[in-house]
Ligand binder design. Structure first.
Ligand SMILES: Nc1ncnc2c1ncn2[C@@H]1O[C@H](COP(=O)(O)OP(=O)(O)OP(=O)(O)O)[C@@H](O)[C@H]1O
Ligand SMILES: [Zn+2]
Length: 615
C-alpha cells in the first residue's frame, strides 16, 4: 500500500488507548508523531512520584493529577492539531459500553492488570473492534493482535498462576529471602498495623510445636495502657525475633535436618548502649519533630541515618530501622492503624517490611536484602525499563497500522527478548486462530463442581462470576429465571429480591434450586459476555479447595455425568415451560446446551499486577 494511502488510513482512524502509564505515555507520543489525529485516552489513575522516571509526559508538578488529562495536555503542546479526549476513569465503568467501543477503528491497550485486560477483550469482541494488547516486565515485552473470529482472543489461552508458598514455609521453615519478605508483609505488618480480626499466625512454629494461647497472642500486639511507642516497639521486637524463635526451637525434631534459627533479642544486638539514642540525630524524639514530616513521605531510614536504599545494612541497622518504623507508625500514623494493607508505594511500610524480613533472614541464616531489592520482591515489582516500553509502543503502532490497512496476514505477535535469539532481540510469530475451546470467544460451556448444600449464591457471584470469570456486573440465570443481577441500574424492588437470595444455599434457592445436573448461565451485559456452566454436586473437597468449588472444563464430567446430562437435556427439551409463580417469577427451564468439547480451564492469576508474558 502506498505511503499516501497509509497517511489517509492513519489520519482518519479513531483510536482508543487504554492506560496512560509506562507503555501509554510512549504510545501516545508515538501515535501523534505517526500522524494519528483522533485519540481517546482512558486511565483511572493519578500521577505518582514513582512514575516520573519513565512516564516522561509527567513532571513533578503533576503529581496527584489525572494521568489521562496530563498526558493529553503534554502531547497537545507539541501537536496542537490533534484531537485527544481524555477520560480520568476506570475502563470498566458503564459509560464505556459496547456502543462506546464501536466508534473506534482500533483499541490499543497499555494496561497493567489482567482484570482490565479481560474486560477490554470482551468489549472489543462485542463491538467487533480489533485490539492490540501489550505488556512489559523489565527487558521483556510482548505485543499481540486480536481480531474477532480471525485470531485468538486475549482469553483464548490460560495465563500463568502467580507463585505462592506453602504456609509452613512462611511461618516456620523459611529458606529464601522471598519467604522472609512474604512473612514480614503478610504476618507482622498486618498484625501490627492491619485488621487484627483477620486470622493470622505469627508464631514461628513447626508441626507439633507448642501453640501459644490465641487470645494472649492477639492482645500481645495491642498497645498497652501508658505504654510508649518506644517500649511497644522493643516489646514486639523481642517477641517476633526472640521468643517466637525460642518456642520454635523447642520442637527439636523439626531441626534435625535443618539449620536451627538463632533467636534475636534487642539486648544482644545493642548490648548496654541505649538503642533509642542510636536513632539518628534526634535522640529518638520522633514525636517532637512532627511538623518536619508533614507533606513529605514519612521515612524511618533517614531518621536512623541510613541513606542508600541499595546498600546492604547490618543486623544492627535493620534492628534500628525496625524499631523506628514501628514508632513512626504509632506516633504519626495512628489513625491508619488497624486499616493498613501493604502498599509498595508506602515508604514506611516498605522500610518496616525490609527490616523485619532481614532480621528474620538473619535468624534463619538466609542472605539479607537491600531495601531496593526487598521492595521489588514485596511489591512483585520487576523494575520497568523505559526503553522496553518505547520499543513495545513502537510495535503496537506498527501492528495497528497493518490492522487499519486490513492487512491481517502481515500482523504478528512480537516478543521483545532480554537476550538475542538467532541475533534477534525482537521475535515475531504467526498469530494463532481462535481457540475453539475458549469460553469467551467460542462460548464453550464450563463445569462447576460445588457443594450445593453449603455454598451460597453470593459465593458463586463473587468467587466464580467476578473473580474467575472476570464479570464486572454478573447476572446469574437458570434458564430464563434470573437468580441474581448486579449493576448500577437495578430497581430497588428487584435489588431487594436478589439480595434476599444471595445468602441462600444453592440447593435451597427458590423457585428453582441449583443442584447436580442443573445448568446456569453467567452473564455480563456490559461485556456482552455469556457462559454456560454445568453444575456438578460434590461433597469432598481438599484443603486447597476450601471454597468447596472448582471451576473447570468439560473434562471434569465423567461418562456418567455426560449420560445424565444427555438425559436431563432430553427431559428438559420434552418438558414445556414451567410456571411456578403467578407474576414475574415465571420460570422457563431451557434445554441444557450441547456439551461436546473438552477444555481444561487453568487457574487464573489472582495477583494485582499480571503482565501477559510467554517468552
Ligand atoms: N481498569 C482500569 N481502567 C483505567 N486505567 C487502568 C485500569 N487498570 C489499570 N489502568 C492504568 O494502566 C496504567 C498501567 O501503567 P503502568 O504499567 O506503567 O503502571 P503504573 O501504575 O503507572 O506504574 P507502576 O505499577 O509500575 O507503579 C496505569 O496508569 C493504570 O492507571
Ligand atoms: Zn478466546
Amino acid at each position: 500500500m502506498s505511503a499516501m494511502a497509509d497517511r489517509g488510513v492513519i489520519e482518519n482512524s479513531k483510536v482508543l488507548m487504554v492506560g496512560a502509564g509506562g507503555i501509554g505515555c510512549e504510545l501516545l507520543k508515538t501515535l501523534v508523531l505517526t500522524g494519528f489525529k483522533h485519540i481517546h485516552v482512558i486511565d483511572m489513575d493519578t500521577i505518582e512520584v514513582s512514575n516520573l522516571n519513565r512516564q516522561f509526559l509527567f513532571r513533578k508538578r503533576h503529581v496527584g493529577m489525572s494521568k489521562a488529562q496530563v498526558a493529553r495536555e503534554a502531547v497537545l503542546r507539541f501537536r496542537p492539531d490533534v484531537e485527544i479526549v481524555a477520560h480520568h476513569a476506570n475502563v470498566k465503568s458503564s459509560q464505556f459500553n459496547v456502543e462506546y467501543f464501536q466508534q473506534f477503528s482500533i483499541v490499543l491497550n497499555g494496561l497493567d492488570n489482567l482484570d482490565a485486560r479481560r474486560h477490554v477483550n470482551r468489549l472489543c469482541l462485542a463491538a467487533d473492534v480489533p485490539l492490540v494488547e501489550s505488556g512489559t516486565t523489565g527487558y521483556l515485552g510482548q505485543v499481540t493482535v486480536h481480531v474477532k473470529g480471525r485470531t485468538e482472543c486475549y482469553e483464548c489461552q490460560p495465563k500463568p498462576a502467580p507463585k505462592t508458598y506453602p504456609v509452613c514455609t512462611i511461618t516456620s521453615t523459611p529458606s529464601k529471602p522471598v519467604h522472609c519478605i512474604v512473612w514480614a508483609k503478610d504476618l507482622p505488618f498486618l498484625k501490627l498495623f492491619g485488621d487484627k480480626t483477620l486470622s493470622n499466625d505469627l508464631d514461628v512454629r513447626t508441626s507439633g510445636a507448642e501453640t501459644s494461647n490465641e487470645q494472649e497472642e492477639a492482645s500481645f500486639f495491642d498497645l498497652q495502657k501508658d505504654e510508649t511507642s518506644k517500649a511497644y516497639a522493643a516489646r514486639v521486637f523481642d517477641r517476633l525475633f526472640g521468643q517466637n524463635i525460642e518456642i520454635a526451637l523447642k520442637n527439636e525434631g523439626a531441626w534435625k535436618e535443618r539449620r536451627k534459627p538463632t533467636p534475636l533479642f534487642i539486648a544482644d544486638i545493642f548490648g548496654s548502649e541505649d538503642k533509642h539514642e542510636e536513632n539518628g540525630s534526634e535522640n529518638g524524639s520522633a514525636l517532637e519533630n512532627k511538623s518536619k514530616d508533614e507533606g513529605s513521605a514519612l521515612s524511618a531510614m533517614t531518621k536512623v541515618g541510613l541513606k542508600n536504599p541499595q546498600e546492604m545494612w547490618s543486623v544492627k541497622e535493620n534492628a534500628k530501622l525496625f524499631l523506628e518504623s514501628v514508632r513512626l507508625f504509632l506516633d504519626k500514623r495512628k489513625q491508619e492503624i488497624g486499616k493498613l494493607t501493604f502498599d509498595k508505594d508506602d515508604q514506611l511500610a516498605v522500610e518496616f517490611v525490609t527490616a523485619a524480613a532481614n532480621l528474620r533472614a538473619h535468624s534463619f541464616g538466609i542472605p539479607m536484602q537491600t531495601l531496593f531489592d526487598a521492595k521489588g520482591i514485596a511489591g512483585n515489582i520487576i523494575h520497568a525499563i523505559a526503553t522496553t516500553n518505547a520499543i513495545i509502543a513502537g510495535l503496537i503502532v506498527l501492528e495497528a497500522i497493518k490492522l487499519l490497512e486490513k492487512n491481517l496476514e502481515a500482523c504478528r505477535m512480537t516478543y521483545c527478548l532480554e537476550h538475542a535469539s538467532r541475533k534477534l532481540l525482537l521475535m515475531p510469530c504467526e498469530m494463532d486462530v481462535p481457540n475453539p475451546k475458549c469460553y469467551v470467544c467460542s462460548q464453550t460451556p464450563l463445569v462447576l463442581e460445588v457443594n450445593t448444600s453449603t455454598v451460597t449464591l453470593r459465593d458463586v457471584v463473587e468467587k466464580i462470576a467476578r473473580k474467575k470469570l472476570a464479570a464486572s456486573f454478573p447476572t446469574i440465570m437458570q434458564g430464563y429465571n434470573v437468580l441474581c443481577e448486579t449493576g448500577d441500574d437495578i430497581d430497588p424492588h428487584s435489588a431487594a429480591i436478589y439480595e434476599a437470595k444471595l445468602d441462600m444455599k444453592l440447593d435451597s434457592l427458590t423457585p428453582v434450586p441449583i443442584v447436580d445436573g442443573v445448568e446456569i448461565t453467567i452473564e455480563d451485559l456490559q461485556q456482552d459476555f455469556s457462559c454456560s456452566v454445568y453444575v456438578k454436586h460434590r461433597e469432598d473437597f481438599s484443603e486447597e479447595e476450601a471454597d468447596e468449588m472448582r471451576l473447570g472444563g468439560l473434562d471434569l464430567l465423567t461418562p456418567a455425568d455426560t449420560q445424565a446430562t444427555a438425559k436431563t437435556e432430553a427431559a428438559l427439551k420434552s418438558s414445556s415451560a414451567e410456571i411456578v409463580d403467578g407474576d414475574e417469577d415465571t420460570v422457563m427451564i431451557d434445554g441444557v446446551s450441547a456439551l461436546g468439547t473438552k477444555r481444561k480451564l487453568e487457574e487464573e492469576p489472582q495477583g494485582p499486577v499480571q503482565k501477559k508474558m510467554k517468552v
